[in-house]
Design a protein around this ligand. Structure first.
Ligand code: SAH
Length: 245
């Protein structure tokens, strides 16, 4: 009889413990996925409806939790149709621009891609969902370190990080199948041109310090062929001393 009562107590205790564990799992799950519906709506209304067709890009935009890449006080705005500030005077691009730039590169799984301007790490995550190897360079150390920590915590093991001046590219790993530049120089950086593989594509905003042309370059017979994609507004590409390229 006595034995039976103890057992009932143990049973009740076990139920309570399991209850706590179960509900905390749910909380974690809700936290990480609480924007799933909002993200699906973003992809439908901002990405697909504007003509993005590459399924790999669409799937990547559905997979990557953009709200983890913006400052916490902007979390609720993460899926809006606009760029957002990420600190240090820098921005995470509007979702549609990320999708558009990624799609123009026509990426395949076995490709090696170089990104200039890691920023929040969001674009790097989108690339890493699609290709085997991503190389990303950020000139502002605090941003580069933060992006690296976040992306590693999300288990991306195919992204290589570097703090430094991306104008110079990443010679040791060149040539690249594709290059994506997310800060705007006045003209195309020569080292990046040299580090692009024959047949490779580079997407880059080029022009003034406020507005630029988003240009797609394709290397054919060693020469770059230019196609203007859209007018855009990117932060400037800067040197170590803060002056604009
Ligand atoms: N791709 C980023 C967008 C970042 S904004 C994202 O998905 O969030 C552009 C970034 O380019 C800024 O973080 C800025 O510091 C960086 N940048 C500017 N000039 C640079 C340079 N010469 N080399 C590397 N990064 C540079």
């Amino acid at each position: 009889m006595h034995f039976f009562t103890v057992n009932k107590k143990i049973l009740a205790f076990t139920f309570i413990i399991f209850g706590i564990i179960f509900s905390s799992f749910n909380t974690i799950k809700n936290y990480t996925d609480k924007y799933e519906k909002v993200r699906q709506r973003m992809v439908r209304n901002q990405i697909v409806s504007r003509g993005i067709k590459d399924q790999k890009v669409i799937q990547a935009m559905l997979n990557v939790k953009r709200h983890l890449f913006v400052p916490q006080n902007y979390e609720r705005m993460a899926y809006e149709d606009r760029p957002l500030s990420i600190g240090e005077g820098q921005t995470i691009s509007q979702p549609y621009i990320v999708a558009l730039m990624t799609e123009t590169l026509d990426l395949k799984k076995d490709m090696k891609v170089l990104e200039i301007g890691t920023g929040s790490g969001y674009q790097a995550a989108i690339l890493a969902e699609i290709v085997n190897k991503v190389y990303t360079i950020e000139i502002i150390e605090s941003l580069g370190v933060k992006a690296r920590q976040l992306l590693e915590s999300l288990n991306y093991d195919n992204i290589n990080f570097r703090i430094g001046d991306g104008y110079k590219g990443w010679k040791e790993h060149a040539p690249f199948d594709a290059i994506i530049v997310t800060c705007a120089p006045t003209d195309i950086p020569k080292p990046l041109e040299n580090q692009l593989k024959e047949g490779g594509k580079m997407i880059i905003p080029i022009g003034g310090s406020i507005t630029q042309d988003l240009a797609l370059f394709e290397k054919k017979n060693g020469k770059l062929i230019k196609k203007v994609v859209a007018p855009v507004r990117f932060v400037p590409m800067v040197r170590d001393d803060g002056k604009r390229y």
